[in-house]
Write a protein that binds this ligand. Structure first.
Ligand code: HEC
Length: 122
């Protein structure tokens, strides 16, 4: 009986370990919050980013399938905000065009979010 209870304790530990590994794989990293919640355009920009961009560019712009945007990179690549807006509207290579999917307001909002929040992430 002693060895049986030893085995079941091991089985419980193993189950807990496997569940932990499975659950940690499901946790989706949050995109950085907007520091001023009354800035509704920036809050909208974050929502647009989470639902349209983070799957390719990473939750904090660290890059994945899409290029890194954090670490000031998006500001260096696009000193002129209009060039960045055009790229997001028209797409390039594997980067989809968003003109037909998002309104001009939504594009402006997500551009602000990448420049004012994502760019300052490490
Ligand atoms: C399907 C994956 C995918 C999605 C979704 C996506 N991108 Fe991209 N993005 C890319 C790829 C790939 C590139 C690199 C394009 C190239 O030059 O070949 C890119 C490039 C960019 C660039 C230019 C970066 C640079 O250094 O030149 C910006 C800015 C950008 N994306 C912003 C966004 C925004 C904002 C969204 C959401 C509205 C978004 N992307 C959604 C894949 C994606």
């Amino acid at each position: 009986m002693r060895s049986m209870s030893g085995l079941s304790r091991f089985a419980k530990l193993l189950t807990a370990f496997i569940l932990g590994v499975l659950l940690s794989g499901c946790v989706v990293e949050e995109s950085p919050a907007v520091s001023d919640p009354s800035d509704v355009e920036l809050v909208l920009g974050r929502e647009i980013y989470v639902s349209n961009c983070s799957s390719c560019h990473g939750s904090a712009g660290q890059g994945a399938i899409g290029t890194q945007l954090s670490g000031g990179r998006v500001l260096r690549a696009y000193p002129d905000v209009e060039d960045q807006t055009n790229l997001i509207n028209q797409g390039r290579g594997s980067m989809p065009a968003f003109q037909a999917r998002l309104s001009a307001e939504e594009i402006n909002a997500v551009v602000r979010y990448t420049r004012e929040v994502i760019a300052s992430q490490p």
